[in-house]
Design a protein around this ligand. Sequence first.
Ligand code: 0WD
Ligand code: CA
Length: 381
Amino acid sequence: RQSHPPHHGGSPPVSSASPCRALSTRRQLYEKDFPVYKQPVEVGSFSLDGERRFFNDARQMRYFVKPHPRPNFDLRDGYKDRFVKRDDGVKEKLDHILRWILANRSKLQSSVSAASSSPALGVDIVTWRGHLTKLLTTPYETQEGWLLAATLFRGTLYISEVETEASRHDRDNRTERHEEMMYWGYKFEQYLCADDIKGSPNPVGVVNTNEAFCTVVQTKLADHKLLFSGEVDCRDGGPEAPAAPACYIELKTSAEICTPKQRSNFHRFKLLKWWAQSFLPGVPRIVAGFRDPDGLVVGTETIQISKISHLIKNEYNCWKPTVCMNFCCEFLSFVRTVVREDNPRVVHLFSWDPHQDVTYSVHRDTTYCFLPPWYVEGMAS
Ligand code: 0WD
Ligand code: CA
C-alpha cells in the first residue's frame, strides 16, 4: 500500500473534520457508484475565425462527409505550404467563454431566483471542456501534471488552466517530426469536413488552426451545476440527425494497430482520453482514422462513446469511467470548500503532479488573475 500524508488517511478523500489542504488521487478511493451526470444540453455556441476573432454564432460549423471505406488520405500534404498555425504562446484563458457569457447572459439567468445565496449566473462552475477532461483522466495519468487556477466571482467558480514548467519546456523543444504530426489531426479533419451542408471537403485548401467552432453546454455532475465549452470538429448534417450535441462527431487520428500489444495500449491509454473528452459534452461518436508512420490513413472506424466501456472490459488493470467521474466530482467539491472569498482578484492555484496529492496556494493581485476587467465590469452592469 502506498504511503500518503496523514491528513487524509482513508475514505472519504476530503476530510470534513479538519481544514483540508490536499486531495488524494488514488484510484481505489473513487471506485464507487457512478455519480449522477445529467444529459448535457447545448445552450449556445460560438466561432473563432482564421484570425482568432470571436463571433457569437455558428459560422465555423462544419459538416461531416462519410469517407471511402479504404481512403488514401495523405496527412503530410500541405504541411509546408498550406498551413496557418495558431500561436500557442498566446494564452487566451477563459476569454472566449467569458465573451459568450456576456453576450448571452439573459439566456442563462432567466431561470434563477433573485436569492443572494445562489450564483448570479445560475451555474456553479465555468471552465473549458479540456480542463475537465484533464480532471477525469487524473487518477490514471502518470506522465503530465497540471495547474488549475480558480476564482470565485458572484457565486460562480471559474477554473482556468495555467501552463506548467514541464509543458512549457516540451512546447519549446518539440522535434520537427512532432510539429508535423500535430498537423496531421487537422489535415484529417479537412479530408472529412465540408463548410456547407451540401458541400464537399476541399483537400487542396489551407489548414488554419485558428478557426474553431465551440459548443457551450450546461449539465450537472452530482450537485455541481456546470457550464463549459468545447471545440467541436463537425456535425452530422443528414435529415435524420438528432439535435446538438448528439449530432456532433469528434474526429481523431491514431497509429495503425498491428499487434495485440498495440491494441491493448490503444484501449488502455488512448480510449481513456477519447472517452473522457467526448463523454463530457455528450458527443456520441468518434470517427477515427488509422495512419501508417508516413501519415497515410489506411482505414477509418466509427466508435460509439457508449460502447467504449464494453470495449475495454477485457483489458487487465484497465481504467474505469466511474473512477474518472468520481474524482472530478470530488475535486470540484474540494475546490468549492477551499475557495470561499468571492473576489475576482484572488486566485487559488491547484497543483498536481503524478503520484502526488492535489495541493493549492493562494494568490492575491498577481499575474495568475484571469478574469479580465471587461468581464468583471460587464457583469456588474
Ligand atoms: O489551456 C487550454 N487548453 C486552453 C484552451 C486555453 C485557452 C483556450 N483554449 C481553447 C481554445 O479557444 C480552443 O478553441 O481551447 C479550445 C478547445 O477547447 P476544448 O475543447 O476545451 O479543448 P480540448 O478538448 O483539449 O481540445 C479540443 C480540440 C483539440 O482537438 P483534439 O482532437 O486534438 O483533441 O481543440 C484543439 C484541438 O484541435 N485544441 C486547442 N485549440 C486552441 N487552444 C487547444 C488550445 N490550447 N488545445 C486543444
Ligand atoms: Ca478532433
